[in-house]
Design a binder for this molecule. Sequence first.
Ligand code: NAD
Ligand code: UD1
Length: 370
Amino acid sequence: MTLDKPSVLLTGGAGYIGSHTYVALTEAGYRPVILDDFSNSHPVVLDRLAHLTGQRVLCERGDVLQTGMVAEVLKRYHCVAAVHFAGLKAVGESVQQPLRYYHTNVSGLLSLLQAMDSVDCRSVVFSSSATVYGDPASVPIKENFPCAPESPYARTKLACEDMLNSLAASNPAWRIGILRYFNPVGAHASGLIGEDPHGVPNNLMPYVTQVAVGMRDKLRVFGSDYPTPDGTGVRDYLHVTDLSEGHVAALRALIAKNQSFTVNLGTGEGISVLGVLSAFGRASGRPVPFEFVPRRAGDVAQYFADVSQAQALLGWRATRTIEDMCRDSWHWQQKNPDGYRTSMSSMQPASSHRNQEPAMPLQPTVAGTA
Ligand code: NAD
Ligand code: UD1
């Protein structure tokens, strides 16, 4: 198969961050190829991506643990790099099911790297998390701060970073970008793709939008006695579109500048839970009812990123505000009350993102197995 644009494999590309990165990479002139088993995503996202980009979506349904199949996909599409989103991400669940988390997250990365090595594709961007820092001694957090992961999930991310760093040290042909995300929120401005959590959301922003839309009665604010300006937890919320553009910058740095790096991706600004609620009220015109309840086990008082490394190495910085994040989360929630189960025909057309060409209905193809 010949392709005029550089192809990049996106494992987990049908998920929340992967789907937004798919759009950003397409806009930047790459040809993303999704590999996803749809264990935490919905195939309807492929139709939405086709609609947004005006291009046929390349997608293989499969498990990243099947090394032979992954190698076959990399070869078939002549991939020059991979971005590894596929994985499990629920902190509480990782405490209950640590082996499942190590299997999918650590063995999944191992399988991908073995497949890449076998076809001489050695540029990879990895989705890590600020959770590897644990409870930092101070903020803002720099990349050279000690890592002190507190949950099995966080430990799988650090184990993956170790694997990648060992590989980079073993062979300079490997170019490795480790991205430590802070708190991704928001949705594409079109309202066509966004976060679609199953069941009761654990994270703040999806819970807030579900209260605002009337699915839940009120937000429970976990803790009002933290040593922060208003007593509630402070985080570095980052618009998922900024984050997706961070991946484009990371790939460019890997491919063009032949660099390996570990960088924080955040805005560099800490915002409290009450700060989010007030921004959400301004952006949506709806006040969100809430009550204070005791702190959530495992939560830290505050963390936000030092983003100077991302600016220096990638030439990237976040530009979207907390109001943008709240507005786009709210837009997505209103437009998709049932998430990806909401049919596109019942939605208003997204005028600013309308197709150049008619969208092609797509089904994921089934790739061969190892
Ligand atoms: P997501 O669950 O929406 O996306 C992950 C995708 O991977 C899903 O589409 C899922 O079906 C797929 N997948 C899971 N296991 C797979 C397997 N074995 N083979 C193939 N596909 C598989 O999650 P997300 O929020 O988009 O997160 C993407 C990555 O970023 C994850 O690695 C996560 O740990 C990391 N991360 C996320 C956040 C966050 O707040 N969302 C923060 C820090 C880091
Ligand atoms: C959580 C995960 C972290 C993961 C991140 C992804 C834990 C301990 N940490 O981080 O590993 O990388 O999500 O985005 O689960 N809050 C409420 N009420 C709610 C929900 C949240 O008050 O119903 C507060 C929290 O106490 C916190 C803030 O909102 O102060 C943000 O919470 P959340 O969105 O869950 O993110 P993190 O706790 O930062």
